[in-house]
Design a protein around this ligand. Structure first.
Ligand SMILES: Nc1nc2c(c(=O)[nH]1)N[C@H]1C(S)=C(S)[C@@H](COP(=O)(O)O)O[C@H]1N2
Ligand SMILES: [Mo]
Length: 380
């Protein structure tokens, strides 16, 4: 394998490695300027079985596995990779199982994909991360099973489950429920969703869904079912709790001159950017931030200080892959001592602009908060 690498390729790889580490890492004389919008004792870890990324510590394109955020509804099940198998049932010609070695023998891809929890928001935006995921395209596996023509809905079940109270008009049924999410046929059979067994070149940890998880590039993280145990193919819509009820957004929309209340599912990531940290070195101040979206190419990221004009930020070429999160930097010159507000906004090539909080006033639920996020710093 190594022998096959030409000199030109190895130079290119060395350059790529240099650019991977050069841009966001702290230089020797660079110090972090604390945010004054966070309490001094702010704890970015929300709960014992959760972990948020401390976005002030982002120091490269890929989030290390021990910093990658983790959140889930039913704790972290332990699945033995030795006895693991992925079951495919329902509307397929050949219902069957795949062991991990069988999956690894199929087509293997390594793809940079960044994602955030749909509940990611202020104050730190820590439920976000960027990984290089290794796996087999979902379509490759579904093609082997032979999807029937009437199949409309592909349901992905995790190994995690819990007893839930299911309420029907006030009558409660207790049921043991698996975590489940579905994709429509067009998405499930598109080339992009991946059945992934590795993050940044290492096997998934238990937190990340070992041994196998779904990764749907460009979608909110809830689609990325961890501890994937089975795929059930059906004709009817899947209406499980985390599909039909917990992951919904309610918005007022102007339709035919009146406000209609529209409930939508959590699918593609909304266009977002945020300032992750501000640092100071001999040349002045530097702002580092993150942009995330559904993979639509970006037009620009801009930064505004106090009431000043929007100024262009520079996108990091090491994060240019379609579904990678995008890191950006802005050199802040002429900063006066005192407290300042700094905010970013991203625009995609279709002309869509990241909204302000006021623009989202008609959104009545807290998921999908992609509003511009002003941060405060005090300069000495
Ligand atoms: N099996 C399973 N997969 C799951 C969940 C879960 O509760 N169970 N939670 C989802 C949600 S809401 C999020 S935000 C992501 C978090 O992925 P991470 O822990 O790798 O960051 O996992 C998703 N996949
Ligand atoms: Mo989530």
């Amino acid at each position: 394998m190594k022998q096959g690498i030409t000199r030109r390729e190895s130079v290119r790889m060395a350059l790529a490695a240099a650019s991977l580490s050069a841009l966001p890492a702290l230089a020797a004389d660079e110090v972090i300027v604390p945010f004054t919008d966070l309490p001094a004792n702010f704890n970015p870890t929300p709960a014992p079985d959760r972990r948020a990324l401390d976005t002030r510590k982002i120091d490269g394109p890929y989030t290390p596995k021990d910093q990658f955020f983790t959140t889930q509804h039913y704790g972290h099940p332990v699945v033995d990779p030795e006895t693991f198998s992925l079951k495919i049932t329902g509307l397929v010609d050949h219902p069957r199982s795949f062991t991990l070695p069988e999956l690894k023998k199929l087509r293997t891809l390594e793809v940079p994909v960044g994602f955030e929890c749909s509940g990611n928001r202020r104050p730190t935006q820590g439920l976000s991360g960027n990984g290089k995921w290794t796996g087999v395209p979902l379509k490759t596996v579904l093609d082997l099973a032979g999807v029937k023509s009437q199949a409309r809905e592909f349901v992905f079940f995790g190994a995690d489950h819990a007893e839930e109270d299911v309420d029907f008009r006030g009558a409660i049924s207790k049921v043991d429920q698996q975590f489940g999410r579905s994709l429509p046929r067009e998405k499930a059979l598109s080339p992009e969703p991946l059945l992934a067994w590795a993050l940044n070149g290492e096997p998934l940890t238990r937190h990340q869904g070992s041994p196998l998880r779904l990764v749907v590039p460009g979608w909110y993280a809830v689609a990325n079912v961890k501890w994937l145990a089975g795929i059930h193919v059906q004709e009817d819509a899947y209406l499980g709790k985390f599909q039909a009820r917990w992951y919904r957004t309610l918005r007022g929309e102007m339709i035919g001159g009146e406000t209609r209340w529209v409930e939508t599912a959590i699918t593609r990531m909304q266009l977002k950017s945020f300032v992750a940290r501000v640092t100071k070195d001999a040349n002045g101040y530097k702002v580092l931030g993150v942009a995330l979206n559904d993979g639509t190419p970006l037009q620009s990221v801009e930064v505004k200080v106090d009431g000043g004009p929007w100024q262009p930020a520079k996108l990091d070429p090491a994060t240019s892959a379609k579904y990678s999160w995008k890191l950006f930097t802005y050199h802040w010159t002429g900063a006066a001592p005192g407290e300042h507000t700094i905010v970013s906004r991203v625009t995609d090539i279709t002309g869509k602009v990241q909204p302000t909080l006021e623009d989202l006033a008609n959104k009545k639920t807290f998921l999908e908060d992609n509003s511009q996020h002003p941060r405060k710093v005090m300069l000495a």
